[in-house]
Ligand binder design. Structure first.
Ligand SMILES: Cc1ncc(COP(=O)(O)O)c(C=O)c1O
Length: 371
């Protein structure tokens, strides 16, 4: 069999996802007892204690297909966000919704405009659909360049994708920048406002959630994977005009998300105490990290999400730092795949994990800087 001859070119050109190392792999490889996994922007506190019972209850009916509309959860999310049920769609994570968007809206030869340093899931799903990406460089302060994005839109542009706050940079478009972007996008071009980190960002003074400046062509993405701590369940949602949601429903896999995932999300949504604890952990952890970095002359970007991006002098330094920290049991994420080879992303962890980071940092950072 000639696999190259079988495959369409756009699939051949895709690179397989390279997963970070698991906790067990690092434990075994470096003979360590304590591992701090600060690599994947997960919630290091876990998830709400209410989730377990809700999932056990859902398991009693695991032989049945789930509700394809996720009706109960959809209603709860609509109420919480002040929108109609018909404006909400649930799917197996916001990455699945990105895939739905690519399947639903692109005609042949249409393109998407985004940044060079943003969530790679969008690059991948666009690639699967064979969509040409027009990637605009981020600004010097690692933000989406709104003017350049608007200029890059042409007659063949179907979609603009931004993550606000952005991953991996943790930066965001402020009120004026976001308004300018939305208002400058033609009405037949869709703006995907990916708000995976919305919960962490929502109380920032000059952050404008897309829901507060709505347009019919804007599709908002949210997820239960981050602040709600349910990444393993795969569940996220979109909020958009009912006409858009109706079309997306046609291409969604009928029975995603699973029934236990729907039950988990509904329970998580009802636990504001856990959510507040998660947000508080991240806020305190970020401040500690800034202090450590300021004291040691490290360049970084201030973040309003659950991670902070360190900016090193070169790709080599980023490789050496990440490897040195791994050998101490601290798993971090190099973000070369996101277009920033000299940067390293640190997910905010529990106080014990942040202490582990700090102690390891003191040994590793000094040694890589001296070489
Ligand atoms: C900006 C952004 N969007 C979407 C996702 C994917 O989230 P989900 O787990 O809901 O697929 C991530 C995950 O890292 C992300 O950073």
């Amino acid at each position: 069999m000639n696999i190259k001859a079988i495959l369409p070119e756009n699939i051949r050109d895709l690179k397989p996802y390279v997963a970070g190392k698991t906790i067990d792999e690092v434990k075994n490889q470096y003979q360590l007892n304590t591992i701090s996994k600060l690599a994947s922007n997960e919630n290091r506190l876990g998830c709400s204690p209410l989730v377990k019972d809700a999932v056990l209850e859902a398991l009693k009916q695991i032989q049945d297909y789930p509700d394809p509309l996720a009706g109960k959860l959809r209603k709860a999310l609509a109420k919480r966000n002040g929108v109609d049920d018909s404006e909400v769609l649930l799917a197996a994570g916001s990455e699945s919704i990105i895939s739905i968007l690519c399947r639903t809206f692109f005609k042949n030869d249409e393109n998407a405009v985004t940044a060079n340093a943003t969530f790679v899931g969008f690059f991948v799903q666009a690639g699967v659909r064979g969509v040409r990406l027009k990637k605009v460089p981020v600004t010097e302060s690692y933000k989406f360049d709104t003017d350049a994005i608007l200029q890059a839109i042409d007659d063949q542009t179907k979609m603009v994708y931004i993550a606000n706050p952005n991953n991996p940079t943790g930066t965001y478009l402020n009120r004026d920048e976001y308004r300018k972007l939305v208002d400058g996008i033609p009405e037949n071009v869709l703006l995907i406002a990916d708000e995976a980190y919305y919960e962490y960002a929502k109380d920032t003074d000059d952050y404008l959630p897309a829901l507060e400046h709505r347009r019919d062509n804007v599709i908002i993405l949210r997820t239960f994977s981050k602040a709600y701590g349910l990444a393993g369940f795969r569940i996220g949602y979109a909020i958009a005009h009912p006409d858009l949601i109706r079309e997306m429903m046609k291409t969604k896999l009928t029975f995603e998300p699973t029934a236990p995932a729907q039950a988990a999300a509904l329970a998580a949504l009802g636990d504001d105490d856990f959510l507040e604890k998660s947000l508080d952990l991240v806020k305190k952890g970020r401040d500690q990290l800034y202090t450590l970095f300021d004291d040691n002359g490290v360049t970084y970007e201030a973040s309003i999400s659950n991670s902070v991006m360190m900016i090193l002098d070169s790709e080599k330094e980023a490789i050496d730092f990440t490897q040195g920290m791994l050998e101490k049991g601290v798993i971090l994420r190099r973000i070369n795949a996101f277009g920033l080879p000299e940067c390293v992303r640190i997910t905010i962890g529990t106080p014990a994990e942040m202490e582990h980071f700090k102690e390891s940092f003191k040994q590793v950072y000094g040694s890589i800087r001296n070489h």
